[in-house]
Write a protein that binds this ligand. Structure first.
Ligand code: PLP
Length: 347
């Protein structure tokens, strides 16, 4: 049975797939089972920021897999500690919690915000999220995702979630109160259509979070790890969150997620309050260490920025040549989207 037939027969049909089966990847190139070569402009879904099978990462995973793949979090794990150090020393963070995906990181961040709220007042449990956002596919993360199609038919969703308009501070002012425990936002909305936040909007959001003692969470699952030309997108704005979630590119394809937090927020989740069996294992964190060593380099990040400008300029040319097809080009660094006049696919 070929890959297509086997998939249709044995794999749950939760995706509409293109009729292509890739078997190898090298840098930005992918090869299918018929020997065709493709230029990969998706990088997973913003996962393989360093390209496919980067030698430093492949070698590190290979070596680590011969030593120790898994050990529980009842013990100390050197790679986990080292990756946490690299993330903290290159960001606003003081401490990191590791898990396995973006949704899981956001779940943990919501738990952190609610627990922080509870310490202040039992009524302080509301979460403000934004219309057009995407935060994952678990029950809590579909509840905070501001696109109805993801939660339709799965209700009732999480209680106490309010949606405000992205880039509209008045709408947040109308929504926020003493009951707000946390505010979660993507500095550049990804799935929502590559929409960067406005500078003034993020600054005001920070001020409102301070005023109402709410945890400001930046979901950098897609924007983080160099994708926008800064290591983390918040660094474009000079607005620091209290908590930041990471996943996707953090280990260049090995499943990993992380919650980064600072100050008093870093000690809210105490032993027994949150955990993950696989989170922070020696294999995924080894890959993460290699990724962080490469992407935190200033010259590497400048190259991302320059390449992003080049790609944007070329896409702008395409837009000029095909005004009937392309409406707008937007994004930061190499997180770029083209707004097409007609839908491109039904995936
Ligand atoms: N948050 C953002 C901003 C994302 O783009 C995604 C995935 O696309 C997620 C969270 C969910 O991540 P995961 O699919 O690893 O659970």
């Amino acid at each position: 049975m070929n890959t297509f037939d086997k998939t249709e027969k044995f794999v749950m049909k939760t995706y509409n797939r293109f009729p292509i089966a890739f078997t190898e990847g090298r840098g930005c190139w992918l090869y299918d089972d018929k020997g065709n070569r493709y230029l990969d402009m998706l990088a997973g879904i913003a996962v393989c920021n360093l390209g496919h099978c980067h030698p430093a990462i492949s070698n590190a995973i290979c070596e680590q897999s011969k030593k120790l793949i898994h050990i529980s979090n009842y013990f100390y794990i050197e790679n986990q500690a080292e990756l946490a150090r690299l993330i903290c020393e290159n960001s606003f963070g003081d401490k990191v919690f590791f898990c396995n995906s973006g949704a899981e990181a956001n779940e943990g961040a919501i738990k952190l915000a609610r627990r922080y709220g509870l310490q202040k007042n039992p009524e302080k449990y509301e979460i403000i999220a934004f219309k057009g956002s995407f935060h994952g596919r678990t029950m809590a993360t579909i509840s905070i995702t501001g696109q109805g199609k993801y939660s339709e038919g799965f209700g009732p969703t999480l209680e106490g979630v309010k949606f405000a308009e992205f880039n509209n501070i008045k709408s947040v002012e109308r929504t926020i109160s003493e009951k707000t425990a946390g505010i979660i936002i993507e500095p550049v909305q990804g799935e929502g259509g590559i929409k960067p936040a406005d500078q003034r909007f993020l600054e005001s959001l920070r001020e409102l979070a301070n005023e109402f003692d709410a945890v400001l969470i930046f979901d950098e699952v897609q924007t983080g790890i160099g994708r926008t030309g800064k290591l983390f997108a918040y660094q474009h704005f000079n607005v620091e969150p209290d908590v930041m979630t990471l996943a996707k590119a953090l280990a260049n394809g090995v499943p990993i997620g992380a919650i980064v937090s600072k100050g008093e927020f870093a000690t809210v989740l105490k032993p027994g309050l949150h955990a993950s069996t696989f989170g922070g294992n020696p294999l995924s964190t080894k890959a993460g260490i290699e990724v962080m060593k490469i992407v935190s380099d200033k010259i590497f990040l400048e190259e991302v920025f320059d390449k992003g400008n080049y790609l944007k300029a070329k896409l702008e040319e395409l837009k000029l040549n095909f005004p009937e097809k392309i409406k707008e080009i937007r994004g930061k660094g190499l997180m770029i989207g083209a707004v097409c006049k007609q839908p491109c696919s039904n995936i």
